[in-house]
Design a protein around this ligand. Structure first.
Ligand code: ZN
Length: 335
């Protein structure tokens, strides 16, 4: 094709230089000035939207600019080589930019939420002083006693035997003397266990009745020790109310603990632990079985029975509503 006359601005001075512009069939644009020439690929050019009666304006790499007098011929040439009309060309590139920006914004927001908040909650969880754990446990348990728990109806001898089993478990997996096992009637909580931040573990009467051996309860104890040891309840709590948690840690303000404690029933009863948390807790159950030479079948049998009961009574907030994905966990446990 013929050459088009144009003016070239180098972006450093106001001087304009007369040049010619030509397009090759391979899609390159050549700018010639006297004996010299520069070549650009079309995708290096930032072609400004066409304005009727005005020269075509093209931003070149390095802040240089080109103004082509015969805009109609210029846009025809670009269009025939890019296969797109110029207005599509600039509109599409703008849409790509907006879409990419949106995507980045969403990805950043998501990563703050999904990675940043749990990571920060974990950091804070391990820095909470012991007295905060105790207040959270005491206040959280008080609220649950008023709302979802009733006193246990198990006879005292049975409770004592199960507590002794808990001591055996903590001698094996660690934390001897740190944990305390208590019993509650769970009203409609089904067969369930709750790990409070300070190491208090609550078994519902239904859970005790569902177990066919003390070893099955020992497996659940080890599992709950796993939740306490890995600070899972505190981490869930902080993920729900990170702001209150930060105030407690930064200011040491014990009054702020109340707002955290108020969220404990919600976190323990309604929210579920993540799969990651369940696998980590199951690992302690496995650790217990391996250390004592007991078969993994104990874990499978109690978990399956809880799953069956949970399926049979969907209105109850059973252990598996709050400790999800039992089949996967059994598979992972046996791997
Ligand atoms: Zn669990």
């Amino acid at each position: 094709m013929s050459e088009l006359r144009a003016f070239f601005y180098d972006g450093r001075s106001a001087a304009r230089r007369a040049v010619t512009v030509a397009f090759s069939d391979s899609g390159l644009m050549t700018v010639r000035e006297l004996g010299t020439s520069s070549r650009y690929r079309l995708n290096q050019l930032n072609i400004q939207p066409r304005i009727s009666g005005q020269p075509a304006v093209v931003q070149l790499p390095g802040n240089a600019r080109l103004e082509v007098d015969d805009a109609a011929a210029f846009f025809d040439a670009v269009q025939s080589r890019s296969g797109k009309r110029q207005w599509q060309y600039s509109l599409e590139s703008r849409w790509y930019f907006i879409a990419a920006t949106l995507l980045l914004t969403v990805a950043f927001g998501w990563s703050v939420y999904a990675i940043g908040v749990p990571a920060l909650a974990k950091q804070v969880a391990y820095r909470l002083p012991r007295d905060i754990d105790l207040i959270l446990t005491q206040q959280g348990l008080q609220v649950m006693d008023r709302t979802v728990f009733a006193p246990s109806t198990l006879n005292p001898e049975r409770r004592q035997r199960i507590r002794a089993a808990m001591e055996e478990v903590t001698r094996v997996v660690g934390g001897d003397g740190y944990y305390s096992l208590q019993f509650r009637s769970g009203k409609n909580l089904g067969a369930n266990a709750y790990a409070f931040p300070s190491g208090t573990i609550i078994f519902t009467d239904d859970l005790v009745r569902l177990a066919t051996s003390t070893d099955e309860l020992r497996v659940i104890m080890a599992h709950e020790v796993g939740h306490v040891r890995n600070r899972h309840t505190v981490r869930n709590l902080l993920q729900n109310s990170l702001f209150a948690g930060l105030i407690v840690v930064i200011s040491g303000d014990v009054a702020a603990v109340g707002s955290l404690a108020a969220a404990i029933p919600k976190v323990l009863v309604e929210a579920s632990y993540s799969r990651e948390f369940e696998y980590a807790a199951d690992a302690v159950a496995r650790e217990y079985l391996q250390a004592t030479g007991k078969p993994n079948a104990i874990f499978v049998s109690i978990m399956s029975r809880i799953a069956e009961q949970s399926a049979a009574r969907p209105d109850e907030l059973s252990l598996l509503r709050t400790h999800p994905a039992v089949e996967e966990r059994i598979r992972a446990f046996l791997d």
